[in-house]
Design a binder for this molecule. Sequence first.
Ligand SMILES: *Cc1c(COP(=O)(O)O)cnc(C)c1O
Length: 442
Amino acid sequence: MAQSELAIFGGPKAVQTDPGDVFQWPIITKEDEEAVLNVLRRGGMSGIDVTMEFEKEFAQWQGTRYALAFNNGTAALHAAMFGCKIGVGDEIICPSITYWASALPAFSLGATVVFADIDPETLCIDPQDIERHISERTKAIVVVHYLGHPADMDSIMEIARRHGLKVIEDVSHAQGGLYKGKKLGTFGDVAAFSLMSGKSFAIGEGGMLATNDLEIYERALAFGHYERYDERIQTESLKPFRGLPLGGYKYRMHQLSSAVGRVQLKYYDQRIAEIRRAMNYFWDLLEGVPGLKAHRVDESTGSNMAGWYAPHGIYQPEELGGLSVTRFAEAVRAEGSICSPGVNRPLHLHPLLNTCDVYGHGKPTRIAHSQRDVRQPKGSLPVSERIGRLTYSIPWFKRYRPEIIEEHARAFRKVAEHYQELLKDDPGDPPNLGGWHFFQHH
Ligand SMILES: *Cc1c(COP(=O)(O)O)cnc(C)c1O
């Protein structure tokens, strides 16, 4: 029997070169270390002086009037929702394919979540499906620029204006990205960003809220920043309660994070430009390979993929004789590259969104304050439910190193071109692919 070329059957691996620093992230230099040591040595960890400098610089970079730092992105989203006056009985519309923090903070505000389906090419919320899910209780749309891909903001903003809805942009995957030449996070009423270590803008645990709206900013501040909720507040309705946090939360950023954030911000645009060059090169090398389609935007439109957080490809099994993405990814890994099947699992099918009574309402939290049953059974969001089988992760190159990128692209190309050899032992995909989250702790 002829020896196969595929490494999974004993052939030589496509990837032979040591990756060196190509995947290393974040890039930490002496300057970050000095900034952290400064705060540490003077005992300034719980202060807000460094954080307020970071906020000023972040707002200027983002192009918004206000920026407010948080201890994580989840807290920033929670406060953004409160800022938009999402409260008891309200509904927010959110994509089912996202990290849970885009949706779950609504529960503790007495609100609920109605999920909309995603677009199979952008992997972002599908504007037409947003329209289908609007009710008289809908208060806001949460938009996620998923895996760095800008959502269709023209359509989403048009729908939001027509229905009088707030728009919260979750920019946790796309800090610094553009949609038609304009910064992501400046289209909606408010934007929230995770800046935790696994993201492209990585400072440690941390989050940021950005807005041009004074009332949203001050409500977000009053919610979880008691130390700044004082006579500086201008919003009349907030004035009587100064001194204590309205949410009962303590959300300020650790200053070891804001110190790193200030340094990272100086180099961020330049570093993600190199990531984009590397990632676009990877996909250019795979142009026209059957079964594999890039998840990216045409940069000539003025849009881009930001820092290309957790990059994935779109899988087209019909072009590969129906080969499962599970088997495909296994063969790519055998070549020495990085590939796993699936993305986030659809939130609407998790028991927390269906049966769990978190707060003791005597009924599931999802419908604790609803006039109607907003739960969405299996089959209700078809794209979200099948997207695990149609996506796979690809290497996230942080540096433009053409020889290394070429070896990895060769691994994907080789497997796709030899797909027929893999069909025989294909066990198929398991019922659930992907995870509820995909950050690896180390
Ligand atoms: C990471 C992430 C968050 C939450 O941010 P944390 O800083 O981890 O709390 C929110 N939304 C999305 C889409 C994320 O990926």
